[in-house]
Design a protein. Structure first.
Ligand SMILES: Nc1ncnc2c1ncn2[C@@H]1O[C@H](COP(=O)(O)OP(=O)(O)OP(=O)(O)O)[C@@H](O)[C@H]1O
Ligand SMILES: [Mg+2]
Length: 209
């Protein structure tokens, strides 16, 4: 399975989610081995890996030929998590990754302010489906939810659902543990990201609607 982290805009939590999700897959004894791919030229995943090496393979493939290069790097039977750059500046790279994607996860900051950005992402994914000529399951992962204001989180969730997105039940709270994770070793077991992985695994990807 290839999981692509996509958002139209920067700063939504793509890199953070990519690092934690890949780690969650790695830590599950019954899951396939995982490869983490950085397709963002800003190299945030690669820098994280240099500061605190992930215990699995990590590659930089920040080129519009990702759909050719990633299969050359990833052995058969591996799961792949791809940290994509923001679509608004790197549409060609993201489209290339989506050629391989089984599921798109859209990390979204839990704020009304983010809704127009989410609509842009929604529109882009519609275009991508048309270009690819196939369905492309996509889910929003609510990130940086307010740990003290569930009502506000629910309001944002309701608005997201109105845009037509499937929104994962797990809400990732804004937490210093997640904020400070970049550049440090992490353990994903039992975290919110581990729950996000469970939800992705439970999606009936490829099943008829
Ligand atoms: N759940 C969280 N709680 C607190 N801080 C978070 C959380 N998720 C992400 N952050 C912080 O939000 C900022 C943006 O996150 P991140 O770098 O993962 O986003 P991105 O979409 O990859 O950004 P870019 O488009 O710049 O690559 C970072 O400072 C990160 O530490
Ligand atoms: Mg990033």
């Amino acid at each position: 399975m290839l999981i692509a982290l996509v958002n139209y805009k920067p700063g939504s939590g793509k890199t953070t989610t990519a690092g934690w999700l890949a780690s969650a897959i790695h830590e599950r004894p019954d899951d396939p081995p995982v490869v983490l791919v950085d397709s963002d030229r800003s190299r945030a995943v690669m820098d994280w890996h240099e500061m605190a090496p992930f215990p699995f393979a990590v590659h930089l493939v920040a080129r519009p030929q990702a759909h050719i290069l990633i299969p050359e790097l990833v052995p058969p039977g591996h799961d792949v998590v791809v940290d994509c750059p923001q679509v608004e500046d790197h549409r060609d790279i993201v489209m290339s990754v989506l050629e391989l994607a089984d599921v798109v996860v859209v990390p979204t900051s839990t704020s009304s302010f983010e809704l127009p950005r989410t609509l842009d992402t929604f529109g882009f994914l519609e275009e991508a489906r048309e270009e690819l000529g196939r369905p492309l399951p996509a889910v929003v992962s609510m990130n940086r939810a307010d740990p003290y204001d569930p009502r506000y989180n629910q309001e944002v969730r309701d608005e997201l659902v109105k845009t037509g997105f499937t929104v994962l039940a797990t809400e990732i709270p804004a937490h210093r543990k997640y904020h400070k994770a970049w550049g440090r070793p992490i353990r994903a077991r039992m975290t919110h990201y581990d729950r996000v992985l469970t939800e992705i695994r439970n999606m009936k990807i490829g099943a008829p609607a």
